[in-house]
Design a protein around this ligand. Structure first.
Ligand SMILES: Cc1cc2nc3c(=O)[nH]c(=O)nc-3n(C[C@H](O)[C@H](O)[C@H](O)COP(=O)(O)O)c2cc1C
Length: 327
């Protein structure tokens, strides 16, 4: 059982959990660019882990530090999954209290849990009883009409009292009725000040901010007030932003890898995947943004999109896409 509230994980920069996007292939590529960033898996439900047929906890050893994000609200099931994950070597368990989708609401987890702080506290307690790794919570600043600062602090205090000392806060509320998950990432306005206020009032907690961050400069600004920044869509759509995380945010003096150097390091991993019967587009779909902002990036993207899904597509598709950029 966790005896201390302090964890040694570097939370300066993390990549948000994103279903279908931050799978182990994307995470491997991200890790090539930064040794320091903290990775989160896509949300995995307790039901999938306990009853599913696949191995939902599989990852590459190179991915550490790696947090498993769990979706669920049954304390017993969450504890089973947390223990399995800790035994498999995950560095952190994160509970999803931010996802607004209907499917998730029907399962009574995700953002709707903000209205049930005691239940979240119970879940945190149950997980902390069986693992030594940190148990953290990713949440919103509010839900529906419940978006006052006292609503947020009551949630945070209740969960803190169960032993959670690390919160990742998506700085916009979720509308649980009427907005799709995608709209819920765009329509409710961002309120960074509310997250800053939280850190000011609870300096002993580790507070990371999430939502709308698009550059390392913006990260630096947030880091003057907070413990960490979590980046989602920009880290996926423009993954090369990760190449300077260590140098710009974490004080590393290692040379920054070029895009081509990242590609070169990624190729043996892709080849291994192909040799074991995997398909190219399982990996290449995460690479289409690698040259974003560079001349020829559209050519790269198009060639991969048009060719990587074809049966038998191999590494030559990637090589040709790169060559086409300079034609
Ligand atoms: C495709 C996609 C899938 C997502 N899946 C999850 C998820 O599994 N768990 C979660 O907590 N948030 C999920 N999110 C929300 C992100 O983690 C993040 O909170 C949100 O995108 C805001 O950050 P950003 O503006 O940097 O993208 C997802 C977002 C996207 C775009």
């Amino acid at each position: 059982m966790s005896s201390t509230l302090t964890s040694t994980i570097n939370r300066t920069f993390s990549i948000a959990p994103m279903l279908d996007w931050t799978d182990r292939h994307y995470r491997y590529m991200a890790r090539l660019m930064s040794a320091e960033l903290l990775l989160y898996t896509e949300m995995v439900t307790t039901g999938a882990i306990i009853h599913g047929k696949g191995d939902y906890l599989a990852y590459n050893s190179e991915e550490h530090a790696l947090a498993l994000q769990l979706g669920g609200s049954n304390a017993h099931d969450l504890a089973i999954c947390a223990k399995l994950a800790a035994d498999r070597g995950y560095d952190e368990i994160n509970l999803n209290v931010g996802c607004p989708s209907d499917r998730v609401q029907n399962g009574r987890f995700g953002a709707c849990l903000m209205a049930e702080p005691k239940l979240v506290a119970e879940c945190v307690t149950a997980m902390r009883e069986v693992v030594d790794i940190p148990v953290t919570v990713k949440t919103r600043i509010g839900i529906d009409e419940q978006d006052s600062y006292p609503f947020l602090t009551e949630f945070v205090e209740t969960v803190r009292d169960a032993g959670c000392d690390t919160f990742i806060v998506h700085a916009r509320k979720a509308w649980l009725k009427g907005l799709s998950p995608k709209e819920n990432r765009e329509i409710p306005p961002l309120d960074y000040d509310r997250v800053y206020q939280l850190k000011q009032d609870y300096p002993e907690l580790s507070i990371s901010i999430n939502g709308g961050v698009k550059s390392l400069d913006e990260c630096r600004t947030h880091l003057t007030k907070l413990d960490g920044v979590m980046v989602g869509r920009e880290a996926y759509q423009n993954p090369y932003m990760l190449a300077e995380v260590d140098q710009q945010l974490c004080g590393s003096d290692r040379p920054v890898l070029s895009r081509d150097a990242v590609l070169e390091k990624f190729i043996p991993y892709i080849e291994k995947h192909l040799q074991s019967g995997g398909r190219l587009n399982h990996i290449s779909r995460h690479m289409t943004g690698l040259f974003q902002g560079e001349p020829g990036s559209r050519v790269w993207r198009r060639y991969i999109s048009e060719n990587a899904h074809k049966p038998g597509a191999g590494i030559e598709v990637i090589e040709q896409a790169r060559k086409n950029m300079s034609i």
